[in-house]
Design a protein. Sequence first.
Length: 151
Amino acid sequence: MCVIYVDADACPVKNEIYRIARRHQVQVWLVANAPMRLPAQQGVQLKVVSDQFDAADNWIVEQASGNDMVITADIRLASRCLKNGARVLSPAGHEYTDANIGPALAARDLLAELRGMGAVVTGPAPFNQRDRSRFLHSLHQWIEAVRRKKT
């Protein structure tokens, strides 16, 4: 089937992932730098990695491919996972693809450079209920598409 890998340290949609995974009986790996509470739910596992820079990202990249889905807000991680053939979804429900990852990386790098020069650059809009709903819909659609492909 497929596996969902979650860049879990700051993920605001973990409960939604658990709910969808339970409904569709999909394996979930939460990857974090520190232990966290998990639901008493079959198929949900935690991988605690070292606190070294990019340790969680590196573990996810090594695992995710094919029909797997990676949930992350980290654009660099998204790019690396796309190269492995995995699908990538942001917690706000936006799918990263080969077509949109280049401009997303360029915008990220530009904003980092502007911040480095002292420019006041605002961050992303606050996470809201519309983002949560879009995420749920996108994740459900992806799982259904994978299931249709297998039958």
